[in-house]
Design a protein around this ligand. Structure first.
Ligand SMILES: Cc1cc2nc3c(=O)[nH]c(=O)nc-3n(C[C@H](O)[C@H](O)[C@H](O)COP(=O)(O)OP(=O)(O)OC[C@H]3O[C@@H](n4cnc5c(N)ncnc54)[C@H](O)[C@@H]3O)c2cc1C
Length: 450
């Protein structure tokens, strides 16, 4: 059967579905979360904790999204840098996750990096911890399952069609949460979204090197590394980026965030186009080989290094952003703006991976943070859908700040909690009591009193 025919097969009727979902007696749920990245797992756990039946649909065979598929150096956005000290801005799900990681022996301490404080993590422990948290919450994971289509009537989502190895399944819920990163659910359902293909942040293929002499690598300052990599460019290495993030991890390993993938015209690849994404994946691995060679030849501490592994997919920083009831802006970020419906805190800088060989950072002052309003989670045109994670309603500039992991945990927890409250009160997510939502988030620790 060819691909077109496969995709056009009629959805299997719920009652006659032959594919046995784990534990599933029914394919009707209170809440359906699509996308099992940091926002999705947090959303699913929050709704399940409030005694809602929850389905989490994820196209990979594991949870964690970019955290585990792309692999990141560390969790950003958890802490506000207050100079000599730092303050935790996101708790709740993030706290439970950290406990779980620690219980697996994956104990990391907050790390000062540039002007920020981040938390390194182990990618395998992260997968295992997210499995454990989701299962413990009672939410039902559905892995290797991709959103294929939607059923919408008058702005209300009535069902989703999920592609599985056993064909298409129709799943139903009262409230849906789009945590796909790409606002895939909102876009398919006809909700509002924006995407600026000309100015998208560039993607990166992450990789690890083994055989690194940590002592020599640690002695190298960031400006010195930048200078050496610029020299490498002058001697013929085609390195598109000469300032990146390097985390020295486990004996002789280094995790590198340094490639920068573009199309042959120099433009950012379209992450919603399978053809450009395919080229980007191949180009990312080609760049990894180039960087590995340049590091071996030119960078102190790396002369015996080799590529240990790379992420299972390229890291996409930005694609669609929903059009919500409020759009967070750069001005809000820089003014440390607070909102009556603020449901998450953030102090991460606007970190822009745009054109050129460097990354642009616009920092908030020490001790400052802004709030993310609940309205940024409510897509225009859809009455029973919320969004969380990197695709919430912001401008391109503000997205460069709120897209980091801790804020995805926080907006996910807010969306899952809001979905549960909407069901409890039998109202649309846009009509819930903001005070009750904030009370729940204060109680869980996701929204600290600061
Ligand atoms: C290269 C790179 C480096 C980064 N570095 C850091 C860093 O060091 N620290 C940090 O904190 N943050 C970092 N980030 C940002 C952060 O990783 C992401 O922005 C964050 O993971 C977004 O979370 P999310 O849950 O919104 O989306 P994602 O993490 O993208 O998760 C979305 C999930 O939805 C699933 N999905 C998508 N479409 C479908 C579908 N149709 N059906 C079913 N499932 C679907 C995906 O498989 C995925 O699991 C980085 C990002 C990139 C790309």
């Amino acid at each position: 059967m060819n691909l077109k025919a496969l995709l056009e097969r009629p959805a299997i009727d719920v009652e006659s579905a032959t594919h046995p979902l784990p534990l599933a007696a029914s394919l009707n749920f209170d809440v359906c979360v699509v996308g099992g990245g940091p926002a999705g797992v947090s959303a699913a756990c929050a709704a399940a904790r409030m005694n809602k039946s929850v389905l989490l649909v994820e196209r990979n065979g594991f949870l964690g999204g970019a955290l585990t598929a792309v692999t990141l150096g560390s969790i950003c956005g958890l802490y506000r840098n207050d100079g000599d000290t730092y303050v935790q801005l996101v708790g709740g799900f993030a706290d439970r996750l950290m406990q779980c990681l620690n219980s697996l022996g994956s104990q990391y301490e907050p790390l000062r990096w540039l002007q920020a404080v981040t938390l390194p993590y182990d990618a395998f422990a992260m997968r295992a911890a997210l499995d454990a948290l989701l299962v413990e919450s009672g939410a039902r994971p559905m892995l290797h399952a991709s959103l294929l289509d939607v059923e919408v009537q008058a702005g209300r989502l009535n069902g989703v069609i999920i592609q599985t190895s056993a064909g298409a399944l129709r799943m139903q819920a009262e409230v849906y949460v789009d945590c796909t990163g790409d606002a895939e659910l909102v876009a398919r359902a006809g909700g509002g979204f924006e995407v600026d293909f000309e100015n998208l942040q560039y993607p990166t293929a992450m990789f690890r090197l083994g055989g690194v002499d940590h002592a020599a690598a640690k002695a190298l300052s960031r400006p010195e590394l930048h200078r050496i990599l610029e020299q490498a460019v002058d001697t013929g290495f085609a390195l598109p980026r000469t300032a990146g993030g390097i985390f020295l991890d486990h004996e002789d390993h280094a995790h590198l965030n340094i490639t920068k993938v573009s199309t042959s015209t120099g433009a950012p690849p379209n992450p919603l186009d399978w053809s450009e994404l395919t080229e980007a994946e191949i180009e990312g691995r080609r760049q990894i080989l180039q960087y590995a060679k340049a590091f071996r030849k030119m960078v102190p501490g790396y002369s015996n290094s080799y590529v240990l592994d790379c992420g299972s997919s390229i890291g996409v920083r930005e694609s669609r952003r929903i059009e919500g009831r409020y759009q967070l802006t750069a001005e809000d970020v820089l003014a440390s703006q607070k909102f009556d419906d603020g449901i998450a805190l953030c102090s991460w800088p606007m970190e822009e991976h745009g054109r050129g060989r460097s990354t642009k950072w616009i920092w908030l002052d020490e001790g400052k943070h802004f709030e993310i309003p609940y309205r940024c989670l409510l897509p225009q045109g859809l009455s029973n859908v919320l969004a969380a994670g990197r695709c919430i309603s912001t401008t391109h500039e503000a997205q460069a700040s709120i897209r980091v992991t801790a804020q995805c945990f926080a907006t996910g927890e807010a969306a899952g909690t809001a979905a549960a409250l909407a069901l409890q009160d039998d109202v649309a997510p846009a009509e819930i009591s903001i005070q009750r939502l904030k009370d729940e988030l204060h109680l869980s620790g996701s929204l600290p009193h600061l």
